[in-house]
Design a protein around this ligand. Structure first.
Ligand SMILES: Nc1ncnc2c1ncn2[C@@H]1O[C@H](COP(=O)(O)OP(=O)(O)OP(=O)(O)O)[C@@H](O)[C@H]1O
Length: 563
């Protein structure tokens, strides 16, 4: 036996050394052009003899770096398959999961069976293909390779792959954990970054039960959301995209963000927190949208602060004015750096426009994906352009208001675990008299010391509310006094104006009277003048008569003397 083993080893040695000599001669003696020819045809011969087909599912494909839609479902499918059969596994622990996620390690093979046909899967990592733009220089392409016998080609390509993708999607849905996505500033991931969104597990504990709000209003919102989630057929029937827009408005601390968290928890949807000021332009906005998934809530908080809602014309005017001011300063200083600064500032500013956002909602958002909710929040509803919030875009407007007694009862249950108390009556009255946000009420209800019991917390709240009431009363009194003073000043001004008016009228009458008197005097003088003229004419006439008489008398006397 030992001799036989020795002989076999000797033969093996001989074969190995012969192969090595052949390799050496092949490498050294055959010209490289002939070598390539031999290798190519050699591969063809091997392929034609190999009865197995391999299909690669790369994570990214094409030169536009599109994510392969089949990759993730295959990943989920194989995770379930591999945990039972593969020997080299990877374990990944995620916060909030009870057990680690087990998946097959790279280059490990997993066998699967479909309708009696055996297939083999391998996970591999490799350098990206030459025609694929690199995600980053160091990034490797992840792929799954499926191997099967060529006689089953049709079954595998037409049925098995579809089965794997569908099954994978169902597994993903079953294991799904909500995530909170935030958009990265455009520079962060590089131009070709595949991750426009970064994400973390969504673990906000708010629910509709813990949300402080009038019960009827809350119930209505909740029912509508549940109806929306089940509304696939209904939306298809009415020919409307399976989407819904919510506008949440109200003062800071009234629970707008809490409401969004409660919505996400009720519907089990992911949340995309879109920071508009970090979006470079309308094109990037579209790209971000394409990268979102169904069953999600897209949130744009403080929409009035994120976007210049006065429109582009106003914005341009403002920019021009700023540039002019800076130019003037520049001339005074005799430098030219300010224009550069202005340019830099302009480049950094988001160029997302109101019309871009409207197109985003009406166009792409309405047309792609389904089962999505979009939520805008604002502290100043009056600042919003009506076009942005009209029904159809923002289907439901929800006012988040100051804390009422019903809302307080929810907070008391959440924070102190009590449903009634002798101090509730005082609190109810004080809440009606004051404007305290649920955030402030909650803060006052929170036990500050270990020994703080519900009594102490409620008293703390009463103290805060009483202070608020006193403050409001003082403010009211101040406002009343101010109004009174203004009223008095107005009255005085009115009296003064009336007096001035009267004086003016009297002066006018006096002037009129004087005018009349002057006219009468003029008339009188005229009359006297006329009378004087008449008397003169009379005297003249008498003088003429007398002179004629005298002449005649003299003539007569002359005649008599001649006689
Ligand atoms: N209606 C509410 N129900 C339960 N808790 C609330 C409510 N409103 C506020 N709170 C509490 O106050 C905190 C702040 O509330 P939240 O951030 O939801 O207010 P907001 O209206 O979104 O404020 P902002 O406009 O400043 O973003 C929350 O973490 C929550 O604890």
């Amino acid at each position: 036996m030992r001799m036989l083993g020795g002989a076999a080893l000797g033969a093996l040695d001989l074969v190995v050394s012969k192969i090595m000599i052949f390799n050496f001669l092949f490498d050294k003696l055959i010209p490289s052009s002939i070598k390539g020819y031999i290798e190519r045809y050699g591969q063809k011969i091997v392929n034609s003899l190999n009865p197995y087909i391999k299909i690669s599912f790369d994570e990214f494909s094409g030169d536009r770096l599109r994510r392969n839609e089949a990759f993730s479902p295959i990943q989920h499918y194989l995770r379930e398959k591999s945990s039972g059969s593969a020997k080299r596994l990877k374990a990944h622990v995620i916060k909030g999961w009870h057990s680690p996620i087990i998946s097959m390690d790279y280059n490990e093979e997993v066998t699967d069976e479909f309708q009696g046909v055996k297939v083999w899967w391998t996970a591999v990592k490799h350098a990206p293909h030459q025609n694929t733009l690199l995600l980053s220089n160091s990034m490797e392409q992840r792929s799954y390779r499926l191997c099967f016998h060529k006689r089953c080609r049709e079954l595998i390509i037409e049925s098995y792959i579809k089965h794997v993708v569908e099954e994978g999607k169902a597994i993903a849905e079953r294991n799904r954990k909500k995530r909170l996505y935030s958009n990265n500033p455009s520079e962060a991931g590089g131009r070709f970054s595949s991750n426009k969104w970064s994400n973390v597990a969504f673990e906000h504990p708010a629910t509709f039960d813990t949300l402080a709000m009038e019960p009827e209003k809350k119930e209505k919102i909740k029912n509508e959301l549940v109806k929306f989630r089940k509304g696939k057929e209904y939306y298809a029937k009415i020919g409307k995209a399976w989407k819904r827009g919510y506008l949440l408005y109200g003062p800071p601390g009234t629970g707008k963000s809490t409401m969004i968290a409660a919505m996400a928890n009720l519907l089990d949807y992911d949340v995309y927190d879109l920071e508009l000021t970090a979006v470079k332009d309308n094109t990037e906005l579209k790209r971000l949208l394409i990268d979102t998934s169904n069953k999600s809530i897209m949130v744009i908080e403080d929409i009035d602060c994120s976007l210049d809602l006065t429109g582009q014309r106003e914005k341009k005017k403002k920019l021009k004015k700023e540039e002019e001011e800076e130019d003037n300063e520049n001339k005074e200083e005799g430098t030219n750096t300010v224009t550069e600064k202005a340019k830099e500032k302009k480049n950094k500013e988001s160029k997302v426009t109101l019309s871009g956002l409207l197109n985003f909602i009406d166009g792409l958002w309405s047309a792609c994906g389904e089962e999505r909710i979009i939520v805008f929040t604002t502290n100043h509803i009056n600042k919003l352009d009506p076009a942005l919030i009209r029904r159809g875009r923002m289907d439901k407007h929800i006012e988040m208001s100051y804390c009422c007694f019903e809302s307080f009862k929810v907070l008391a249950k959440n924070y102190l675990d009590i449903e009634s108390h002798s101090l509730f009556g005082d609190i109810s009255r004080l809440l009606e008299e004051t404007n305290m946000t649920p955030a402030d009420v909650a803060e006052n209800l929170m036990p500050k010391l270990e020994k703080d019991d519900p009594d102490t917390c409620l008293k703390n709240l009463i103290e805060a509310l009483s202070k608020e009431e006193a403050h409001l009363k003082a403010e009211k009194e101040k406002a009343r006094l101010k109004a009174e003073k203004e009223e008095k000043e107005k009255e005085e001004a009115l009296l003064k104006a009336q007096k001035e008016e009267k004086e003016k009228e009297e002066a006018l009458l006096k002037a009129e009277k004087e005018e009349k008197e002057k006219e009468e005097a003029l008339q009188k003088a005229k009359k006297e003048e006329q009378e004087k003229e008449g008397a003169c004419q009379k005297v003249e006439k008498e003088r003429k008569v007398k002179s004629n008489l005298l002449k005649r008398l003299l003539k007569k006397m002359n005649q008599q003397s001649k006689k």
